[in-house]
Design a protein around this ligand. Structure first.
Ligand SMILES: NC(=O)c1ccc[n+]([C@@H]2O[C@H](COP(=O)([O-])OP(=O)(O)OC[C@H]3O[C@@H](n4cnc5c(N)ncnc54)[C@H](OP(=O)(O)O)[C@@H]3O)[C@@H](O)[C@H]2O)c1
Length: 273
């Protein structure tokens, strides 16, 4: 099995890399932090990391003869992402592509500095997911198989106060992945949307509020891999948050507004960042 993962240098992406490596998969790993990707490869199960890992160098030249491959790049750099995807596909067909790279921050529309944060969140969480999938579709169509996985969020089922950019980005992920699923189903390609609830990663470590059903990231990765293997269209993990998501979806606006008005907010980054 060959799996390409963005956001592999941390949290959910790293946990999925560890899971798939333990199954004997060959991995293509994307993130900005090269050292974090190298450290991850060092932690991958023995049987799979015994061969060398390789790095696509700054000129995006391919390095051959490797098992796992790391691609330190910013997913907003579409050319670099495509070069990495093409390099990984050169050594064999890719079975699963997981777009996990993502960022989260509180945003307020009246704070003019937050516009850049809005742009960054939409760029990374939405447009870079499109750029991640693009270079794999033709080859998957040719083989009549393959799975594209978008990491969404329960935060995308309604608009949460103080999180306009993040909620909007994850609502867009859900709608985009649904469109893609219907488009690509006749070609034999599965598109799976995984919507995490609260998972223990560096992203949630900063949250200054209680997180119901907070789940360890390795348990999350096991369940996500099961959903991916089954070709589930949309799957909330943990399942308890699936019910919360369903409830939120059908809650009348008046009730939702009352509930959401008092909920604690994700901190903004502030004008300096
Ligand atoms: N944790 C949760 O409870 C939770 C809940 C719902 C949804 N999610 C979603 O799950 C995904 C993973 O989140 P996480 O919890 O694992 O967060 P995390 O630990 O902060 O990891 C985020 C990953 O995204 C990568 N990334 C961010 N911006 C990037 C960029 N411009 N270019 C390349 N890579 C970039 C980071 O790598 P570098 O920093 O090395 O670039 C890192 O590997 C995100 O899409 C997030 O929205 C998480």
């Amino acid at each position: 099995m060959r799996v390409f993962i963005t956001g592999a240098s941390s949290g959910i992406g790293a946990a999925l890399a560890l899971f798939y490596a333990a199954q004997g998969a060959q991995l293509g790993l994307v993130g900005r932090r090269e050292q974090a990707l190298r450290d991850l490869v060092d932690r991958l199960p023995e049987a799979c990391s015994a061969t060398h890992s390789a790095i696509l160098d700054a000129r995006h030249d391919a390095v051959s003869g490797a098992h796992h491959r790391i691609y330190p790049l910013d997913v907003r750099d579409r050319n670099a992402l495509h070069a990495a995807a093409h390099d990984f596909q050169q050594s064999g067909p890719v079975d699963i592509v997981i777009a996990s790279a993502g960022v989260s921050a509180g945003t307020l529309t009246e704070e003019l500095d937050d516009f850049q944060v809005f742009r960054e969140i939409i760029d990374i969480n939405v447009l870079s997911m499109v750029a991640t999938f693009e270079p794999f579709v033709a080859a998957m169509k040719q083989r009549g198989q393959g799975t594209l996985v978008g990491i969404g969020s329960v935060a995308g089922v309604r608009g949460f106060a103080g999180a306009g950019a993040y909620s909007a980005s994850k609502a867009a992920v859900r709608a985009y992945c649904e469109s893609l699923r219907v488009e690509l189903a006749p070609a034999g390609i599965h598109v799976v949307t995984i919507a995490p609830g609260f998972i223990q990663t560096p992203m949630t470590a900063r949250n200054p509020y209680r997180m119901p059903f907070l789940m360890p990231v390795d348990a999350f990765a096991r369940e996500a891999a099961q959903a991916i293997a089954r070709g589930r269209s949309y799957c909330v993990i943990p399942w308890q948050m699936g019910w919360v998501g369903r409830l939120l979806t059908v809650l009348p606006d008046a009730l939702f507004d009352r509930f959401a008005a008092n909920s604690k907010r994700k901190p903004r980054r502030g004008p300096a960042s």
